[in-house]
Design a protein around this ligand. Structure first.
Ligand SMILES: [Zn+2]
Length: 383
């Protein structure tokens, strides 16, 4: 099957990550894509493994095992979920092709990358022979919201049995065929204040949590400025902190979501602890709570993947003539692999500028080129 037809099929299968919201059942979660890809891999004769992560949400992994005992594994990883379709101006599941572009939710982020990887995998599977590296393709869940899929992959027995350095991972995200080898991580938690409820006619008998939060927030802002002024990473800049939604704002309870972007080398736990200590020192008279993080994804550092960058870069350059290596502010599944000591980079067709947009599309030429590059790259690693 060619990469364009495969992508069209994937776009027609809704796999929206509801990201905590209530959306129609026939549109949400990854099961339709999982089922389709399982059939795709089984039809070619590949060994597959499904891992249930949440009710109705499975990771799918397919293996190309060449004869002999290959010393290297190339891992292709692509997430199955997409963001919701609110406000889209095109048919999100139409997969319309016009003027060299394929339109639809996920076309760019990241069913396009998945299709390029899967068609490269299929061609490699056909050529299977001694001396080739093992190729594993992981189709994961929940990249857009909680990163649970990839965090399960790194704990699977097949992966744990290997030396992490013998695995090279390529994570699909729309990078315009550039290599992204460094990006920020993210950790989110809640800052909470509790008060004492009372009748609104007698406020003097209570303690209003909203006022306490209002007193705390200037210190949070000060901390954000302090972080931004610290020396950052030479390629991705400084750590950041911002406040999102205020919720549960009733007089006896108030919570604010805090979003902290991490630099390579920082841990989510460390970032939460630093924040807790800073506020504790600044605001001795206000009682607050800093919850455990409800989302945590590390950053991707560029020091872990120089050989992989060099080898993949060679395949890119020989196909398109140029090579760009970028650092980005957004997080990806590559960081969780890197955290497990697996060299990982991000690479894929399409631009992040078209991801999550109201008329999401991808250039078909990029899809084909990504397939060729991935194919060449694996062949170049044969011994
Ligand atoms: Zn993505």
């Amino acid at each position: 099957m060619d990469v364009t037809s495969l992508l069209a099929d994937l776009v027609r299968l809704p796999s929206i990550n509801p990201m905590g919201r209530v959306l129609p059942e026939e549109l949400i979660f990854e099961s339709r894509v999982t089922q389709y890809m399982e059939t795709f891999f089984k039809n070619m004769g590949a060994r597959t493994e499904r891992t249930n992560i949440q009710p109705g949400r499975d990771n799918l992994v397919a293996f190309m095992d060449p004869p002999g005992n290959p010393s290297q594994t190339i891992l292709f990883e692509a997430h199955q979920d997409t963001v919701p379709i609110d406000g889209m101006t095109i048919d999100p599941f139409g997969a319309k092709i016009e003027a060299g572009k394929l339109y639809g939710r996920g076309a760019c982020d990241v069913k396009g990358g998945m299709a390029s990887m899967a068609t490269a995998f299929a061609r490699l599977f056909k050529q299977k022979k001694a001396g080739m590296p093992q190729v594993v393709m992981a189709c994961t869940i929940d990249e857009e919201h909680g990163f649970q899929g990839i965090q399960s992959v790194v704990n699977q027995p097949w992966l744990k049995a290997k030396d992490p350095k013998s695995i090279w991972a390529i994570v699909a995200e729309p990078t315009r065929l550039h290599i992204v080898n460094a990006h920020k991580g993210a950790v989110r938690w809640d800052l909470q204040c509790r008060g004492v409820s009372c009748h609104s006619s007698t406020p003097e008998k209570g303690k209003n949590a909203i006022y306490s939060m209002a007193k705390l927030l200037p210190y949070v802002e000060e901390y954000a400025k302090h972080l931004a002024a610290l020396p950052g990473h030479p390629r991705i800049g400084s750590a950041t902190l911002s406040c999102g939604t205020i919720r549960g704002a009733v007089p006896d309870f108030c919570a604010v979501q805090v979003d902290r972007r991490l630099l390579p080398g920082e841990t989510p736990e460390g970032a939460v602890n630093q924040f807790r200590e800073w506020l504790g020192q600044k605001c001795k008279d206000i009682t607050f709570e800093v919850t455990e993080p409800w989302l945590a994804a590390p950053a991707l550092g560029d020091e872990y993947s120089p050989k992989l960058v060099q080898a993949l870069g060679k395949s890119i350059k020989s196909r398109i003539g140029t090579l760009e290596i970028d650092a980005e502010p957004y997080g990806t599944d590559a960081a969780s692999l890197c955290d497990a000591f697996i060299p990982a980079v991000v690479f894929g067709p399409g631009s992040i500028a078209q991801a999550h947009t109201k008329d999401e599309w991808i250039e078909i030429e990029q899809l084909k080129m990504a397939e060729e590059i991935l194919f060449d790259f694996v062949i170049s690693q044969s011994v």
